[in-house]
Ligand binder design. Structure first.
Ligand code: 5GP
Ligand code: ZN
Length: 123
């Protein structure tokens, strides 16, 4: 529970609300520990966000105890790529960290982008 004047990172987290079903999202895959849903502002024909159900703030919060969760995130990424028909054409997985990395939502998420050629390096 958050006290007056303080911010509860989970209560204030849009992706925790999506996991809880209190914020709408277009789900494409779900497992016990991971959900995948379409980005609200797609940057490619396929743009899916893959997130842990638990509130992990970002990649800087990860440790050895997250090994199984990280494996599940990448297995779901492969499943989503196959289901979206981009596994053979190719796709990009992006994990933004911090301000310069372009991170805006502080709940760990992989972007899966596909359906068009990607430039490198990214802008
Ligand atoms: P970041 O910039 O943190 O790496 O990525 C956050 C992504 O989440 C952005 O691509 C943004 O469009 C997406 N996003 C932010 N809020 C919502 C939301 O409420 N629903 C969905 N589906 N996507 C969101
Ligand atoms: Zn969260």
């Amino acid at each position: 529970m958050s006290s007056p004047g303080s911010l509860d990172p989970v209560a204030d987290c849009p992706f925790c609300h999506i996991v809880a079903g209190t914020r709408a999202a277009r789900f494409v895959w779900e497992t016990d520990a991971v959900v995948a849903f379409r980005d609200i502002a797609p940057a490619a024909p396929t743009h899916v966000l893959i997130i842990p159900r638990s509130h992990v703030p970002d990649a800087l919060s990860l440790g050895a105890s997250h090994a199984a969760l990280l494996a599940e995130l990448f297995v779901v990424a492969r499943r989503v790529a196959e289901a979206e028909g981009v596994a053979s054409s190719g796709f990009r997985l992006v994990l933004n960290v911090g301000t310069d990395g372009g991170n805006t939502v502080n709940h760990l998420h992989l972007h899966l982008l596909g359906g068009r050629p990607m430039s490198w390096p990214p802008g």
